[in-house]
Design a protein around this ligand. Structure first.
Ligand SMILES: O=P(O)(O)OC[C@H]1O[C@](O)(COP(=O)(O)O)[C@@H](O)[C@@H]1O
Ligand SMILES: [Mg+2]
Ligand SMILES: [Mg+2]
Length: 339
């Protein structure tokens, strides 16, 4: 049997600066994966050590991961580095050509429960100004990736020509390409949302979820299954593997007017991957990759997954008020249009 190509071999012939960053990220991810897999044997990694600029709780693992990635990228072609764990943009190498935004550890509150967590990375060509390098639409990204630390540690990577998957071979400490390009299945009946916030949602989101819950008794005309891992990378990986839809909408709780997730280093890179896998990503209505962040740590509502489902959520936003009233079966416009 032919050996699958290593990540380094896969990147041969691609832009050298991007390849260097991806390989440096992979090396840190392999080390993090080893530390994460030891769990409590390494001491409590979910221990709170402070709060980041947004007031989110920072765990020991968040800080450790941020320092490890920044340290590894220091010697590479990265001019600007923005992290969830840092207030401002850092200059790493003044001769560098790239700007890297990172969520070093996503879903870190799940670590003690032994649930999959991840790292998300967005790569742009650097502009002369640090902030300006990130305050631009996600469609200008040169590459994006995430690493999932789960039963397998795997990296999903796009440089704008589809999505490839690499799985960490722990015995050799190397990421190997697994299979061909990834495509999100169009047909799926799973939705993911934190339903405990139902009462805080706007009417179009309530109506969409009501219709999923109504199953064959409602206008969707089919039954759905619900998932919520509370780990964005793990939700993305499930959707890339078997389709469905994820929603983290804005809601009426103080501080959630723009949802919870961060545009620059969570939503933009994941939207790039999702589109490259044939799916769609929006803030509910507008294409995520066309959105320009207002600030480095800006939040945004986030809806992504199989294309038809994402389009359907957008359509619910333009229904007349009477159509999204909380009465099952009223949405005549959608009757019989399964997606
Ligand atoms: O607890 P909630 O509101 O359901 O939020 C869960 C979301 O928050 C996150 O954990 C945010 O990421 P961080 O752990 O990087 O802050 C996502 O992974 C997840 O989708
Ligand atoms: Mg996160
Ligand atoms: Mg994080």
């Amino acid at each position: 049997m032919n050996e699958p190509p290593t990540l380094a071999r896969h990147l041969d012939g691609q832009r050298e600066d991007i390849a260097k960053v991806v390989i440096a990220v992979a090396e840190v991810a392999a080390q993090l994966s080893a530390a994460i897999s030891l769990g409590p044997l390494r001491g409590s990694m979910s221990q709170a050590v402070g709060r980041n600029t947004d007031g989110d709780r920072q765990t020991r693992l968040d800080v450790l991961a941020d320092e490890a990635f920044a340290g590894a990228l220091q010697d590479g072609p990265v001019l600007w580095y923005l992290s969830e764990e840092r207030e401002t943009v850092a200059m790493l190498n003044w001769e560098g050509s790239l700007a890297v935004a990172i969520d070093p550890l996503d879903g870190s509150s799940n670590i003690d429960a032994n649930v999959s967590i991840g790292t998300i990375v967005s790569i742009y060509d650097a502009l002369p100004d640090g902030d300006e390098s990130f305050l631009r639409p996600g469609r200008e990204q040169a590459a994006a990736l995430y690493v999932i630390y789960g039963p397998q540690t795997a990296m999903m990577l796009t440089t704008g020509a589809g999505v490839s998957m690499f799985v960490l071979d722990r015995a050799h400490g190397e990421f190997l390409r697994a299979g061909q390009l990834y495509t999100i299945p169009a047909e799926a009946t799973e939705f993911a949302i934190n339903a405990s916030n139902y009462r805080h949602w706007a009417p179009p989101i309530k109506a969409y979820i009501d219709d999923c819950l109504a199953g064959t008794d409602g206008p969707a005309g089919r039954n759905f299954n619900m998932r919520w891992i509370a780990s964005l990378v793990a939700e993305t990986h499930r959707i890339l593997s078997r389709g469905g839809i994820f929603l983290y909408p804005a809601d009426a709780r103080p501080g959630y007017e723009e949802g919870r997730l961060r545009l620059v280093y969570e939503c933009a890179p994941l939207a790039f991957l999702v589109e490259q896998a044939g799916g769609a990503a929006t803030d509910g209505e507008t294409r995520m990759l066309d959105m320009t962040p207002r600030s480095l740590h800006a939040r945004t509502p986030f809806v992504f997954g199989s294309r038809d489902k994402v389009a359907r959520v957008a359509a619910y936003h333009s229904l007349p008020a009477a159509e999204i009233a909380p009465l099952f079966g009223q949405r005549g416009l959608f009757k019989g249009a399964a997606s």
